[in-house]
Structures are given as C-alpha cells and as structure tokens.
Design a protein around this ligand. Structure first.
Ligand code: XIL
Length: 403
C-alpha cells in the first residue's frame, strides 16, 4: 500500500484540523477540555492495586505541540509505517493521559530511532515524552536499551564492516546507555534495560550481543545504566514467561545476577496474548510469584490480546483474508472482554506483588497487531478506533470497583 500517496492529498487538511484541535490542548489537557467526559479513569480505578501504563507512539507523542507536529510531517524514516498512517493522534494522547499513569515509548527510544547512525542521536520525541510526563504528572518507563531487534547493523561493526571485539562492543553499549540514561537522569522512573535475551527453552538467544560479548552482556548493561542514573529502576523484560522452561532459564540467570550484586530491580512479562490460544492461567500466576520470590518487582509490560484466529496467519501472504475488516463480531467482542476480565482477576489476586500493568497501546487503530506480521484489522486493546471505551474497559472498571 502506498501510504504516502494516500496520505499526502489530505496533509494540509490534517494540519489545519490538528492545529484547531491542538489550539487549546497543548500539554496538559484537562484544564482546557471543552467536552464533558464522564468515563471513569482506568488508572484511578486501579489506584490501590498497581500502576496502569500504556505505550505511546510517535504520532501521539508528537501531537502535543503544533511545532512538533510540523516536524513530524517532515519525517519520513524507515519503520514509521504505522505511526505515519495514524498520525497525528492528539485524541490518542488525550485518552492515554486520562487513563494511564505510566507511559512507555513504543518505539521512539529504541536504538534505531534514538541513535540511528554512529554518533547521531535523535532525542526529539523522547524529550517531548519527558515534557508530556512532567506536565501531566506521569511516570515514564523507557523501552529499551539493549535488544537484538530494531538495532542497526552498524552497532556491531567497525568502520570497515568487520565485527567488533567484545571490548569495543561493550564500549559502544556503555556509550549508548550513558548518553540516554544520563540525559534523562532523574526524569525517567525505570528502564527496560535488556529485552528478550532468552529462547523458549530457557537458553540464551544467540543474538549479536550474546555472540560477541557473552552472557554477561546482560549484567554489563544493568551496571552501565546504574552508573548513569543510580536512582533509576532497572528491569529485565521478556515474553512467554508463562512457559515454565523459559521462565526457569531466566529465573536462574537473574538469581545469579542478583547474587553477584548486579543492580536489577524488576522483571517485566510482556504478555502479548491471543484470545484463541491463551496460556495456562495457573502459569501466569506462577510467573508473577516465582519472579517476585527473587525480591524484585514484577510487572506486566506489553499487554494486548490478539483477536484473530491462528488460521488467519497461515494464509499465504498474498492471499490473506482480513476477516474483521468490517467490524468485530459480537461473540468475539465478548470473548475479548472475558479474557481481559480473567487476566485482571489474576493480576488483582497478585496486587500485593505486582507493581504495574502496561498495555501495548491506547486504542485499536494504533496497535502494532494491525501491521505485524502483516496488515490485518485487529482489536486488541481497551479503546476502539474512535478512542471510545470497549466492553472490556467497562468490565475492568467494574472489577476494580468490586474490590
Ligand atoms: C513493536 C512495536 O509495537 C512496533 O511498532 C514495531 O514495529 C515493532 O516492535 N516486544 C517488544 C516491543 O518488546 O518492543 C515490540 O514493539 C513488540 C514485541
């Protein structure tokens, strides 16, 4: 699909419209709100249980000011496919700020976006995120410092394209971490320091980080982050924590790191689930309690619920059926509501040890599940494409109120 082609004719209208919307909006939105919104706030409903977070995308972060909006219109970089399609998204930002008290940048602090070339950093969106958080009394959990994905190839190579030595890669990692964590010292509550370092069977993922540095790349990343901001909370983040084998491998390694005095304060379980293929609920509970036994915080960091049946993903890429493009069938909506309720019952049962539940996005239109692994209309979040609360949202409010 040619996004640029379809978007450009409407650009001018979009700018004018957005500037009107943004005129009284700027950073803090509640004081200038004109329309009455009686929807209860999700994070307020869960105030006594845990923090409730969301991931904000570039379209939302840069919606906060007309200047930034103009800058976004000039941006045309790799990986911005979805964020351009939905941008600008001031309404998404507004809903995000109402219902969530912790924000995580979905992409803008990943290596390829914040540090795209050697020696070149692009802090604009991250700076803006910090301003939004400060103006609206939100905490930030930044994502992510060291990962195998969305990290340019040059990171692992010298100027001639040869693979770096362990020492040189450690030095590059330290420089990246110090530059970012140092810049936001005292402004960012926590970091997903290392993301997805393990395989499903609990062994180390053979990433370039692991292959070049060895297994202590994880500990080193935490040490560097701690040097740069001794007060920041430092987390290890991964998916499939419900799988006992994977969990055991991670648990063992974190236990070793803690025994060695490595500064780690929490572990994040991504929780990208599918309503048609949920993990065993008992294992979800176990993953919370077992990690908590290490004496560190446990959090749900990227919650969303894919509604598409597995069969959709088995189609040939060129012959797919976008089965819910005209809307979500009522029974699927109900199933989504039930699964969200089931999960939050588990989370609430563990609210003494679970510190945060973060959703991977605000509303269905912005979700990555619409474009990965390929374009497909999905409905994984609590707010619909108009940013209105879905039945799952109401169910979660009711659950919290019945506590
Ligand atoms: C995803 C983003 O949502 C997409 O916009 C991007 O194109 C790919 O990455 N696990 C993670 C997140 O830790 O960083 C991923 O985010 C989703 C899976």
């Amino acid at each position: 699909m040619n996004i640029t082609g379809t978007l450009f004719p409407y650009r001018e209208t979009a700018i004018v419209f957005s500037l009107i919307v943004l005129f009284g909006f700027q950073f803090g939105c509640s004081s200038t709100q004109t329309q009455q919104d009686d929807t209860p706030s999700l994070h307020e409903a869960y105030e006594d249980a845990f923090l409730i977070g969301t991931a904000l995308n570039r379209a939302q972060i840069l919606s906060a000011t007309p200047e930034a909006l103009r800058d976004t219109l000039r941006t045309d970089r790799r990986g911005y496919f979805m964020e351009q399609q939905i941008f600008p998204d001031p309404k998404g930002l507004k809903v995000g700020l109402k219902h969530f008290n912790v924000i995580t940048p979905e992409n803008v602090m990943k290596w390829e976006e914040i540090h795209p070339e050697p020696g070149v950093y692009d802090f604009e969106a991250a700076d803006r995120l910090v301003e939004i958080a400060e103006a609206n009394d939100k905490k930030i959990v930044a994502h992510t410092l060291v990962w195998h994905n969305q990290t340019p190839d040059w990171v692992f190579e010298d100027e001639e394209g040869n693979e770096l030595s362990r020492e040189a890669l450690l030095e590059r990692m330290r420089d990246h971490i110090h530059t970012i964590v140092g810049r936001y010292k005292g402004k960012i509550m926590g970091y997903d320091v290392v993301n997805e370092a393990f395989n499903t069977d609990g062994s180390f993922r053979e990433s370039k980080w692991y292959n070049i540095i060895g297994e202590d790349f994880i500990a080193k990343a935490f040490e560097y982050a701690h040097e740069a901001d001794p007060d920041a909370q430092l987390y290890y983040n991964d998916y499939h924590m419900e799988n006992p084998e994977k969990r055991a491998g991670i648990h063992e390694h974190l236990e070793k790191m803690i025994a060695d005095g490595v500064p780690i304060h929490g572990v994040g379980s991504q929780s990208h689930f599918s309503i048609n293929n949920m993990p065993d609920y008992e294992q979800i509970g176990k993953s919370i309690t077992e990690f908590s036994d290490l004496g560190i915080d446990v959090m749900i960091t990227e919650l969303d619920l894919n509604v598409l049946p597995a069969s959709v993903y088995q189609f040939d890429r060129n012959n797919r059926q976008d089965i819910y493009k005209d809307g979500l069938p009522e029974e699927v909506q109900q199933k989504l509501t039930e699964v969200y309720s089931d999960l939050f019952e588990i989370y609430l049962d563990h609210s003494d040890i679970l510190t945060r539940v973060t959703f991977w996005g605000v509303s269905d239109d912005g979700s990555w599940l619409n474009y990965l692994p390929f374009e497909q209309t999905n409905y994984p979040l609590l707010f619909d494409r108009n940013k209105d609360p879905k039945p799952a949202f109401d169910a979660l409010i009711e659950l919290a109120n019945n506590q």
